[in-house]
Design a protein around this ligand. Sequence first.
Ligand code: DC
Length: 214
Amino acid sequence: MKRVISIDGPAASGKSSAAKRLAKQLGWGFVNSGEFYRSVTWAMLKSKVDVDIPAAVVEAAGQLSLDGEIVDGLSRVLVDGDVVPVDELSTAEVNDAVSKVARVFEVRDKVVGRLRALADAEPVVMEGRDIGSVVFPETRYKFYVDASEEVRQQRRAAQGLTDQISQRDKADSQRKSSPLKVPDGAVVIDSSEMNLEEVVAAIVERLAEAGFEA
Ligand code: DC
């Protein structure tokens, strides 16, 4: 059986850092599913696909060769056989376009297939928007890490990144295909007033209560 801990939540909620830290603590793989959608977006922008036209995104998605792997405990994405450079995935251009690409069913279908395959190889902590609701709805260990919009804006600004997170959250929550939502059965953690260690400790505590063993 696949072993998965899902951590979903809106942009800059702290889910990624918490998932990464937890995975390291458990000796499990860490999978950043947002990087898959960002990589597809990056590749499409590079090939001048008009991401405002869903049909153009569908066609480009059909031609794209997408793979994922976990190396030394961390996921990475390959497009057309090459590892995608992570530093090109958080640019303002990718941030602005990613929700338009991620709303397209054919893109999601492709990414979800790769994400599920990653959990065949080793146990994983996977973060995203639909991991507990759609990708691994059967997992017993689901979390949803939230934070106030103000705090999330501050976190992005502290990272020196340009990111219209409220627009992205709106688009991600309102799309038809696998919208961002609290998955059924997920434990919700509001990280607004918590630091990283406290978020991870809260998750570990809830895992223990649920009878989790690594
Ligand atoms: O986690 P992130 O901010 O890097 O994600 C970037 C975008 O990718 C996000 O705005 C929506 C999309 N995404 C998604 O639709 N489903 C996921 N499981 C993860 C990310």
